[in-house]
Every structure is written in structure tokens, then in C-alpha cells.
Design a protein around this ligand. Structure first.
Ligand code: 5RP
Length: 244
């Protein structure tokens, strides 16, 4: 007899957020859909699959990285390419932290360049997460800092130049893989620097985004400002908090 393993409270919260967001935002007329990265997104794909073959056969799904590409393919959905479908109806993705203005830290999984392309290319970008990501100020709950994708040749220089910003990070480190694997390498062949900015800097994430983006070697910054239309947070008590 098959046994069902109960979901932990956090997994239940992720699933609740994902299911609610799909039910509200992935409608039958939506044909080009972006699928983000992380541990919440599999629930998004599950819910989309449950909408049935009759709607999904006419849809194309774009991936933000290797993980979501596998999710799409393994679910039997049609994988599309951003070059063919640069305008998406909806993109749904997770986040590492979201503030009251829907600014997000993203890139905990080192996918934020492709995630930003699919978020900005979408008519509607929706964030799904558990309650731990719902924050008053970015950086308050997510300790690793702001992920910065950087060209490998420029990584050491960036660790120096970022200290010259008007409001420099408290610390910045090259993200390393587990064991002796060396630096984490993104799907685009780049490295990631994680920079922890203090609360004063993070009270204006747009300024941090613009300042960091100008540093030589930076490919993309994991600050998503003025992109999300809504964020859904699953709570432990089975409720969902919606930020609009
Ligand atoms: C990857 C991301 C993820 O969306 C983010 O890390 C959230 O992941 P999870 O749903 O596992 O909390 O930005 O680059």
C-alpha cells in the first residue's frame, strides 16, 4: 500500500501560494508562460498540469534555467524559446525576499539573469513564496545578501570596486559551490557575488540596483524593482497573504 508523506508546514505554505497564484493568474487564454526557479516552482507546474491537456496543448512554456527546463519537459509541457516568444502572457517565479512595494531579492539559485528577462518580458509577473519571504525591508530576512552575476574575468575586480560605492556593502563574497567544486557557475557561464547591504542602503533598493549595475563586469543584479504585479505568500495556518 502506498504511503503518503505529509508536507512540512513550509512545503505546504509554498504549495498553497503556488496553487492560489496559478488559479488566479494562469487563465485559459494565456498561451506563453514563464516558469521560474527554486523549490516553490514545482508546485506551480503541478497546478498548471492539473488544468488539463485541453488548455496546455496550445501553450508554450519558457524556462529560467536548467531546473525549470527539466520541470517543463518532465511534465510533458511544450518548451519554448525566448527568441521565438519574447513577450510572455504571465511569468510565475519564487523569490528570496519581497518588500511591501513588491521589490524582490532573487538569485538564491543563481538564475536571476534569465529570471529577470522572463519577468520583464511578461505582461504579468507574479511571485510565489512561503511566509518567510514576506519582509518589511529587503535584507531583513535573507542573510546571504544581493546576488550579483558577474563575468568571471571581472569577479575579483568587482569585489574591490563594490567597496567604492557611496553606500558600500557590509560584506561581499564570491559564491562557492559545495565541497571543493570552486565558484558557482551560472547557466550563462558566469560567477555570482553575494553582497550584504545594510538597512540604510536597502531602504532604497532601486538606488542599490542602479549603482551596482554600473560596476564593470556586472551582468545582472538580483534586485527586481517595479517588476512584480503581485506576490502570494502561503502561511502556516493555511491562509494566503497577497501583496498587490
Ligand atoms: C533562484 C531564485 C528563486 O526563485 C529563489 O531563490 C526562491 O527559491 P525558493 O522557492 O526555493 O525559496 O531566485 O535564482
Amino acid at each position: 500500500m502506498a504511503t503518503t508523506i505529509p508536507l512540512t508546514a513550509i512545503e505546504g505554505a509554498k504549495r498553497l501560494a503556488a496553487f492560489t497564484a496559478v488559479d488566479r493568474h494562469i487563465l485559459s487564454q494565456h498561451k506563453v508562460i514563464g516558469i521560474g526557479s527554486g523549490s516553490t516552482v514545482p508546485y506551480v507546474v503541478d497546478r498548471i498540469v492539473s488544468q488539463g491537456l485541453s488548455v496546455n496543448k496550445d501553450r508554450v512554456f519558457l524556462a529560467t534555467g536548467f531546473q525549470s527546463q527539466q520541470l517543463i519537459v518532465n511534465a510533458g509541457l511544450r518548451l519554448g524559446d525566448i527568441d521565438q516568444f519574447p513577450v510572455l502572457d504571465v511569468t510565475i517565479d519564487g523569490a528570496d525576499e519581497v518588500d511591501p512595494d513588491l521589490n524582490c531579492i532573487k538569485g538564491g539559485g543563481a538564475c536571476h539573469l534569465r529570471e529577470k528577462v522572463l519577468a520583464e518580458g511578461a505582461k504579468t509577473f507574479i511571485v510565489v513564496a512561503d511566509y518567510r519571504k514576506n519582509s518589511q525591508v529587503l535584507g531583513a530576512n535573507y542573510a546571504p545578501g544581493v546576488p550579483i552575476e558577474v563575468a568571471p574575468f571581472a569577479a575579483t575586480s568587482l569585489l574591490r570596486s563594490i567597496k567604492t560605492l557611496k553606500t558600500p556593502p557590509l560584506n561581499a563574497n564570491l559564491r562557492m559551490g559545495t565541497g571543493k567544486a570552486g565558484p558557482v557557475v551560472t547557466d550563462n557561464g558566469n560567477f555570482v557575488v553575494d553582497a550584504v547591504f545594510g538597512p540604510e542602503a536597502m531602504s532604497d533598493p532601486v538606488r542599490v540596483l542602479h549603482a551596482v549595475k554600473l560596476l564593470t563586469g556586472v551582468v545582472e543584479v538580483g534586485l527586481f524593482c517595479n517588476v512584480a504585479k503581485a506576490a502570494y505568500f502561503g502561511n502556516q495556518d493555511g491562509s494566503v497573504t497577497v501583496k498587490l
